[in-house]
Design a protein around this ligand. Structure first.
Ligand code: ADP
Length: 583
């Protein structure tokens, strides 16, 4: 959809306002930076005047005066250096603080984005925006200020030329227009490429993320070659795009550089004509000549400001898109707070689909009493994990309701739900930290005794103690140094340490060795009757040990009872049981 001019303006204005919100917090630094810049602009503007004067004193042989002018230049130049030092220092503090605030906000907002919206995005979208785009936002105020102070002094200089000599003034204005025209064309070309480049960079970061995270599977699947082909294509493309961007820069620099040289030459020709016809004094020609760089760049600065602004606007739109709710919907919770729940819950006629096209749950209803252990069985894809995700409110039902302790979860706040429910997935995410920190990250004030107790219950303590560094062992990215069974037991221990009332456990389908299975079974068994435990069961032993079994088929509960009851009355269960027996 093509945006109208007004929409574009509103969007840019909103981006500025949002950035101003962050800049406001850094008022002091900005003011110091601003003052240092004004001084810089002023001192910078008088240097060519003094230099020209120096040249004239030299040619006139006024050596004492030359010394005075040179001393003045020295003082001015040293002051320029100091001003530049302070301007840079405070600019850097200013940028650091703005960056920090925006980046922390994005990271925080990311946690609030609805799971369904996260499912659709690649990690590159977030990483690139958090790392690259925020930098460009932070630069805008500095760039704008720098250019505006330059602009003001340069207009002053142009005015001085106008007063000194109208012909040279017209000559400068013409030169400015030529350079401005070239610069505009360059920016236009460059921006089109830049927009495309950022999209490609985002996709490449995402793919590199996949490579890093999936490297073991890629190796085992022997998919290295095909992955490399994709990744090399992306890397080749973005580097080509970057090259094309620098191509535009290089070519236009060649043009503008040559145009500057030609303008210089004709300035001299014009000056010769003016001097020989007594239209101007030599000293004025020299002074005006010394300012030429600044004057020619007057319009270039203006177009640069426009370029920076476009650049800023592009980045700001990408960043604020995450912070705002329109494109990335934020999770909404109720306000009721339950400090400790009993652990009863109920699904009442729940319908849900990940997309509008197809429902995954088709009217699920069941009740679970606190401290019950209930197993869910059914074919893969029947909707069992989805039931778990809905209970933890990772997704919202499209209709129907879920109650915890009789309260609709729509009315409960985040802590009441997620602080009281733990999910142990088939492939739990173990953070790349020490074993101890995997506990402290979910419960900050946990004691060592509590960690050890949880690990003992999860039948993991002995293994941890056999490691040279015990609880201080680093587990590697995704807990790679642990076996599948150990990762699940660590996740169980983490859930136990959280002391949530409801524990949802997705039993690993992968063939764990008997000892590991036994360990996990024992861990679950030790939690029985103390917690409300829901298990997605893949093994008979688990099913038989649970208080009740719910049979899920095609997003519906099609049977409910104990193992014996279901075996007698439920054809779906009987079929599944026979299949399992055959295995
Ligand atoms: P089960 O746990 O019984 O094996 P799931 O609840 O995981 O089944 O999946 C039910 C259906 O929902 C499957 O068809 C699956 O492909 C789909 N599904 C699961 N997770 C997602 C998701 N994040 N996005 C889209 N579809 C999903």
């Amino acid at each position: 959809m093509v945006k109208s001019k007004k929409e574009k303006f509103d969007n840019a204005w909103n981006n500025l306002k949002k950035t101003f919100y962050y800049a406001k917090k850094q008022k002091k630094e900005f003011i110091i930076y601003f003052i240092a810049n004004i001084l810089l602009a002023f001192l910078g503007a008088i240097v060519p005047l003094l230099s020209a004067n120096q040249l004239l004193k030299l040619t006139d042989g006024l050596l004492a005066d030359l010394l005075i002018v040179s001393t003045t230049i020295l003082i001015v130049e040293i002051s320029v250096n100091f001003c530049r030092f302070f301007a840079r220092k405070y600019a850097q503090i200013f940028t650091r603080e703005i960056l920090k605030h925006i980046q922390i906000d994005i990271a925080g907002e990311l946690l609030k984005v609805e799971t369904s919206d996260l499912d659709k995005k690649s990690s590159g979208v977030f990483i690139d925006r958090l790392v690259r785009d925020t930098g460009r936002i932070a630069d805008i105020f500095l760039n704008l200020n720098l250019s505006l102070t330059d602009l003001v002094t340069n207009i002053g200089i142009l005015f001085a030329i106008f007063v000194t000599n109208k012909i040279l003034f017209i000559y400068y204005v013409l030169g400015m227009l030529i350079i401005f025209y070239l610069e505009r064309r360059r920016i236009k070309k460059y921006n089109v490429l830049d927009k495309h480049y950022r999209k490609s960079a985002e996709a490449t970061t995402g793919l590199i993320g996949e490579l890093v995270r999936g490297i073991r599977d890629i190796k085992v699947l022997n998919a290295g070659d095909s992955f490399m082909r994709r990744i090399s294509q992306k890397i080749t493309d973005i580097n080509q795009e970057r090259y094309e961007m620098s191509n535009v820069l290089r070519t236009y620099r060649l043009f503008t550089g040559s145009v500057h040289d030609i303008l210089d030459f004709f300035y001299i020709v014009l000056a010769i004509f003016l001097i020989s016809n007594n239209f101007i004094e030599i000293s004025n020609v020299v002074i005006i000549y010394m300012y030429k760089g600044r004057v020619f760049n007057l319009l270039t600065i203006m177009s640069q400001v426009m370029e920076w602004f476009k650049d800023f606007n592009l980045s700001a739109s990408r960043v604020y898109e995450i912070i705002d709710s329109e494109n990335y919907k934020k999770e909404k919770f109720g306000t009721k707070h339950l400090k400790k729940i009993k652990g009863d819950f109920e699904f009442k006629d729940v319908y849900f689909g990940y997309s509008n096209k197809k429902n995954v749950l088709n009217g699920v209803s069941f009740k679970v009493k606190h401290n019950e252990t209930v197993s869910f069985v059914g074919k893969s894809g029947a909707g069992k994990s989805t039931i778990f995700s809905l209970l933890a409110r990772l997704y919202e039902p499209s209709s129907g309701s879920i109650y915890i302790d009789g309260i609709n979860i729509k009315d409960l706040d985040c802590d009441s739900i997620r602080g009281n429910i733990s999910i142990i997935t088939q492939n739990p995410y173990i953070f790349n930290m020490t074993i101890r920190d995997n506990f402290t990250v979910v419960k900050e004030n946990i004691t060592d005794e509590e960690i050890v107790k949880a690990c003992k219950m999860a039948k993991l303590h002995d293994y941890i103690m056999s490691l040279p560094e015990g609880y201080d062992t680093l587990v590697g990215e995704g807990g790679i140094t642990l076996s599948g069974g150990q990762r699940q037991r660590l996740a169980i221990a983490r859930a136990l340490a959280q002391k949530t009332e409801i524990i949802l456990f997705d039993e690993a389908t992968s063939a764990l060795d008997n000892e590991t299975q036994e360990g996990i079974q024992q861990a679950i068994h030790s939690m029985k009757n103390k917690y409300t435990i829901l298990i997605i069961a893949h093994r008979l032993s688990t099913v038989i040990n649970s208080d009740r079994i719910l049979m899920v088929d095609n997003g519906k509960i099609v049977g409910e009872g104990t193992h014996e009851e279901l075996l007698k009355n439920n054809k779906h269960y009987k079929k599944l049981y026979n299949l399992e027996l055959k295995k």
